[in-house]
Design a protein around this ligand. Structure first.
Ligand code: SER
Length: 312
């Protein structure tokens, strides 16, 4: 059975559905620190900083795979640096420890474009090379990647990871990230509201449509172990755009949509991340290939959100 931590979050909610579809509803245990309506057939409250409780659940449900999504993201993390470090690192170490002690078959760990910092190549973030993040979230992801590699090498834990860019989907809202604007902008557009953008107009960040992110995670986790040659984390890329570009993409469909720029501290975080990242290793090693570009994503986002707001 599969255990998902942080299953009530933006990615966890969608991933739980995808894993239920793939493996069967009775094969997925969703967990989170609080109950949520989308929780499926099997749900348990779990604060992953509690390693004893994690171990209990792994034994009780005969867990063989863990998808560890619980984390504090980049923008929220800057408001609470020490708790963010403790939560992000403590939970990962609990997952890796439990995995090594109980012989869990596979672990998924999402890393992030936040591992980069202003000293890196900010045009095309490399797979390997200087990683000098400026946020606590980024620091925890760099350390997290290294711990994953350590547990693979020393204890044989089959842990796999991708560095996710900003993820955009219509079904769930992100919380506490720097890339969140790229989801919120679509909600404003379909509601006919003027969007206040906290990122400056030319600041590009790597982004990805949710469906591509799901395919990446399932493909990585389904690949033969011998094909996973990088045990820190793989760069995966799809599209990259600035607020000006996503605004223009939406305006092609909704010409009256308006936006004003009010950059805040999140713009500084965005400026410390690369515009694009080099994902050639993921393409070579396990066949990563994105499907959606900006305009294709805009179309499905606006279609789907228009229906949602009509129903409401
Ligand atoms: N979406 C994340 C954030 O903005 C990046 O991993 O924090």
């Amino acid at each position: 059975m599969i255990l998902i931590t942080g299953a009530g979050g933006q990615i966890g909610t969608v991933l739980a559905k995808a894993l239920r579809k793939k493996h069967g509803a009775d094969q997925v245990l969703t967990t989170d620190i609080r109950h949520n309506d989308l929780a499926g057939q099997f749900f348990e409250i779990l604060d992953v900083t509690d390693g004893v409780r994690l171990l209990e659940l792994v034994k009780e449900y005969n867990i063989t795979q863990i998808y560890h999504l619980a984390s504090i993201l980049s923008a929220k993390g800057e408001k609470h640096p020490i708790p963010t470090w403790e939560i992000n690192m403590g939970t990962l170490l609990n997952v890796l420890e439990v995995a090594s002690k109980t012989g869990i078959e596979k672990v998924f760990y999402p890393s992030s474009i936040a591992i980069y910092g202003s000293e890196t190549n900010l045009t095309l973030g490399p797979q390997f090379g200087a990683q000098l993040p400026t946020t606590v979230y980024g620091i925890s992801k760099v350390a997290g990647e290294l711990w994953c590699d350590y547990y693979f090498k020393h204890f044989g834990v089959d842990v796999r990871s991708v560095r996710l860019p900003g993820i955009i989907g219509s079904g769930t809202l992100p919380g506490g990230g720097t890339t969140d604007y790229a989801v919120e902008i679509y909600h404003s557009a379909v509601q006919g509201k003027v969007f206040e953008c906290y990122i400056s107009e030319d600041e590009k960040m790597p982004m990805m449509y949710m469906k591509d992110a799901m395919r990446a995670i399932l493909q990585l986790m389904g690949a033969p172990s011998k094909d996973i040659k990088i045990r820190q984390s793989y760069n995966i890329a799809s599209m990259s755009f600035s607020p000006k570009e996503i605004y223009a993409s939406i305006k092609k469909v909704l010409p009256d949509f308006e936006l004003v720029y009010k950059p805040d501290f999140r713009d500084r975080i965005a400026k410390s991340w690369p515009d694009e990242i080099d994902d050639s290793r993921a393409r070579e090693d396990w066949g990563w290939q994105p499907k959606y570009d900006l305009d294709a994503m805009t179309k499905v986002m606006l279609d789907s959100l228009s229906k949602q707001y009509l129903i409401k």
